[in-house]
Design a protein around this ligand. Structure first.
Ligand SMILES: [Zn+2]
Length: 159
C-alpha cells in the first residue's frame, strides 16, 4: 500500500494537465488507480500510459487522461462520485460510506460520525484510496463536503 495515498497530488507542467474534453485542470493520479478502476475491456495500451490525470468536472465524460488518451466514465468499474448528478453511491470507497448512508445517519441522529470514522481508519493505516477511490486520493475532503451539503439541505428542509 502506498503511504502517500492521502497526500495532495502535485500539479505538473502546463498543457498536459488540462482535460482534452473540457479543458479543466486535472490533478495527477497514479497508474495503479487507473488500472484498478478501468474495466477489463479498456485497451492494454491505455493502461501502460504514464502521467495520468483525473478530470473532476461533473459534466465532462472523461475521467482519466494522458497525452493522446482518455478513459471515459463508462470505462470504469465503479461510479465516480465526482461524475454523477443526484449521486447516492459511495463517497468513501475504502469503508463504503455512501451519500445515502451519510444522509440516513444525519437524519436519525442529527450529526455525522463519518469524518471521525474515516480519520481513525486512516490513522490505523487501513485506507486504500489509491486503488479504491476513482479520484486516487483520500476521500476525506469529499466526505466532509458531503456531510456539510446534506446538513445544509436538511436544515433548509430540502432533504
Ligand atoms: Zn474533463
Amino acid at each position: 500500500m502506498s503511504s502517500d495515498c492521502c497526500s495532495v497530488a502535485e500539479g505538473g507542467e502546463r498543457g498536459i494537465d488540462h482535460c482534452p474534453r473540457c479543458g479543466e485542470k486535472g490533478h495527477s493520479v497514479s497508474l495503479a488507480t487507473v488500472g484498478a478502476m478501468a474495466k477489463t475491456d479498456v485497451e492494454a495500451v491505455k493502461l501502460s500510459a504514464q502521467d495520468y490525470r483525473v478530470c473532476r468536472n461533473l459534466i465532462c465524460p472523461a475521467v482519466y487522461f494522458s497525452p493522446g488518451i482518455t478513459i471515459d466514465k463508462i470505462g470504469l468499474r465503479v461510479p465516480a462520485n465526482f461524475k454523477e448528478k443526484n449521486y447516492e453511491g459511495p463517497i468513501c470507497y475504502c469503508f463504503d460510506h455512501t451519500v445515502a448512508s451519510i444522509r440516513a445517519e444525519i437524519k436519525s441522529s442529527g450529526r455525522s460520525t463519518v469524518q471521525a470514522m474515516i480519520t481513525s481508519q486512516i490513522n490505523a493505516g487501513h485506507c486504500a484510496c489509491e486503488v479504491k477511490n476513482p479520484a486516487g486520493t483520500c476521500c476525506l475532503g469529499d466526505a466532509i463536503r458531503t456531510v456539510n451539503s446534506i446538513s445544509l439541505q436538511l436544515t433548509n428542509g430540502l432533504g
